[in-house]
Every structure is written in structure tokens, then in C-alpha cells.
Design a binder for this molecule. Sequence first.
Ligand code: MV4
Length: 445
Amino acid sequence: MFKKILIANRGEIALRIIRTCKEMGIRTVAVYSTADKESLHVRFADEAVCIGPPPSRDSYLNIANLIAAAEITNADAIHPGYGFLSENAKFSGICAKHNIKFIGASPEMIDSMGDKSNAKDTMKKAGVPTIPGSDGLLSSVAEGQKIAKKIGYPVILKATAGGGGRGMRIVWNAEEFEAAWDSARQEAGAAFGNDGMYLEKYIEEPRHIEIQIAGDQYGKACHLSERDCSIQRRHQKLIEETPSPFMTEELRERMGDAAIKAALAVSYEGVGTVEFLVDKHRNFYFMEMNTRIQVEHPITEEVINYDLIKEQIKIAAGIEISGANYFPKLHAIECRINAEDPYNNFRPCPGKITNLHVPGGHGVRVDSHVYAGYTIPSNYDSMISKLITIAQSREEAINTMERALSEYVIEGVKTTIPFHVQLMQNPDFRAGNYTTKFMESFKLL
Ligand code: MV4
């Protein structure tokens, strides 16, 4: 087992990783930018190293400084958390070269799943359902138009280097095709330095349901059931839950099998997520594979009673998994509490938290790094906390969430709490009747 892990991240996920390390008897090294000197992850870790000024590119994305911090402190592994360098092939490779275990995917895996067209091709060959469309990248606008005509409009153009919706265009008819092609390619080229595009049939009003997977170094893989992440705004998730209200035992078995097939096809090592789009007929299609721990992992932990960070560390250390799948025994919901003004287009609201009261009681988990007097820096994402409720049924988990939200006091900055309160009271949400289109029609009172 590792003796000392450096956490190449900040905020709640850095704390989350430190907590598990403590329980496992592993020493921890925090890294921080000068903007995070007063952060809890710095205080709770055994050691802390300043890695640069506030901008991410000079600190949390600064590979040379992170490696130097690991070498100075004799860390034998690095946990990258989510975001930042968690899916950076170069960083994963440099860690390996320095004999530091990167608790995440290999450079080859990150590259192969980071290229969306290649990932889709790999999954199709492995027998995982994929959305009808082009066979790999499009070589010309004419080829795209020909395929679109054959499969029928609407279609969607996607950047192979994309993700998070960038370089993506829905095309409703043949007249729109060329302009959409030009602007998507231009956007992808500018954003990723790669303007490779592929095409798919556009699935209208899908659900985003992802399957948590784990694979070990010995070729075993299992799934840990699903999370429904359909409620998003501009590709930012607002709330996640498990089980999905749309799930059936039969669908879970089919999606779980497909996710394991996906993991085995690439000899997946570590914990990861296979994202699917699910249409109204419960057809599901591979979308992307994430090779990191995700923000929403705690809801899975709560319904299967399992520490996913601990599992991630054990797998990285070469410990075998049982290979058994895990099924939800409870219902869990996560509300992302952000320092944003929901009445003002979710505009970020960094600043000082002047007063704080955190909810508690039965069925409530709060993953957060903030405290009264803490200043949310403007340099990073605006997440303040993840409020998670756990209950025997979906209805009870929603009721507990309403109760917990009503106790939550965060003063000094605007937060998304009022949005979540209204979401909990929304009849369609209450009925489990929502798709990725939900936020387009949701009106805040
Ligand atoms: C789609 C789609 C409909 N049809 N692909 C959005 C981000 C990227 N990962 C893929 N995305 C989508 N791909 C086809 N063929 C709809 C989306 C999509 C979406 C997916 C999941 C969650 C929220 C979304 C919001 C808008 C569009």
C-alpha cells in the first residue's frame, strides 16, 4: 500500500481524498495556490506545499511544480481528483516516468477515450450499443451530407476532441448542414487544436444515465449501478440521483452488462464511468467514458455503502476486486450548491461567506470545504458544497432534501439553494419525469 499520497487538487474533493487516506493510514500532502492558503485541505493534510499563484495554469495545472512537490515530500502516489489534470495523458505519463503512481488512467487509456470518435469505434467493435452515424471521422462536408440524408434529420455534428458540448451542432435539415459544419469545425479547431468531426442521428429528449464501473489490474471488472444526471444547464450538472427514476431491473441489467463490456474491451483499471444516452423507448447508447472519479460519486457510495476513493486507491495499489456487481439498496440525491445567482442566469458570485449553518440529521451528508469566514476565490469553479440526502425511497430522499435545504444558511454570497428548493417542489421532478431538456423550460419563481 502507498505510504504517502499527494493530492493534486483543491476544494471539497481534496478534503474527500484526505479523509479516506487518513482512514487507511496513508499520509497526505496537500498542494495549494496562494489563493488557497487558508483552505481546509491545507490544514487537514499532514503536509502542504505551495505550488504557485492563483491562476490554475500556474498552480493546479503546473505539472513541473506538482512533480517537484511530490519529489520533495517523497510521495509515492498522486491522486488528481476531478477536473484539473485528472484526465491529462501527459501528466499521467510523467508521473509514471518519475515512479509516482498516478491514481487514475494510463496515458494510453486517457488518449484513447479522450478521442470521442475513437472511443465510440472501440465500443462499437466491442458490442456496446452506439448511435447510428458516420463510421469514424468525416473527411468532407459532402460525406457528412450524404450520411445525414441516409440516416435522416435531425443529426448532430460532434468534435472528436470535444466533450462538455463544445464543438457540437444539431442540424435539423439539409439546408443548415454546411453552415453548422463550418462553425462546429472552427469552434473545435480553436478550442482543442483538432477539428476532426463525426456525425450521429440526433436523439431528442434523451436521459443522461451513467454507470459507475471498476476494473482491476488482473482483468476483472464490475459495475456499481447508475446515476441519473439528466438535469443539467449548459452541460453543467445541477443535481444527480440514484437509482434513476427511469430505471427498471431489466434496463439496469442491460446497461450494466454493456458497461462491463466497455470496461473489459479496454482492460480498464481503476474506477470510471460509462455515460449513456437513453431514449424514451429505453434504448441506450454509449456516449463517453470518463477515466476519473466524478463529482457525483458520493450518491453511489451512499446507496451501496462503499467508499469509492478507497477502492480507487486499493486498485491502484494492485489489490484485486471481487468482481461482483453492486445494486442500490437506498435512494440518494445530490444537489450541487454553487456560489451562483440563480435569479441572474446562474452568474458566479465569489466572495466571503460571512455566516454559515450546515444542515445535518438523519440521511444527510455534506461534502464541502467551506467554513464561516472563508472566501471563495474567483479563480476556480464556484461549487460550495454537495448536499446529499439518503433515504429508503425517492420520495423520502426528496423530503429530506427539502428539509436540509431549509436548514442551510449561507450568507455573504448568492447560492443555488433557492433553485434547488423550487426543484424539489416541481411536479415533474417529483414524478421523476425529466430529460436533458428539463432546464430549457424550468422557470424560477
Ligand atoms: C447527443 C445528444 C443527442 N443525440 N448525441 C452533450 C454533451 C456530449 N457529451 C454529448 N451530448 C449530447 N449528445 C446525440 N446523438 C444530446 C446531447 C446533449 C446532452 C447529453 C447529456 C446531458 C445533457 C445534454 C444536453 C444537451 C445535449
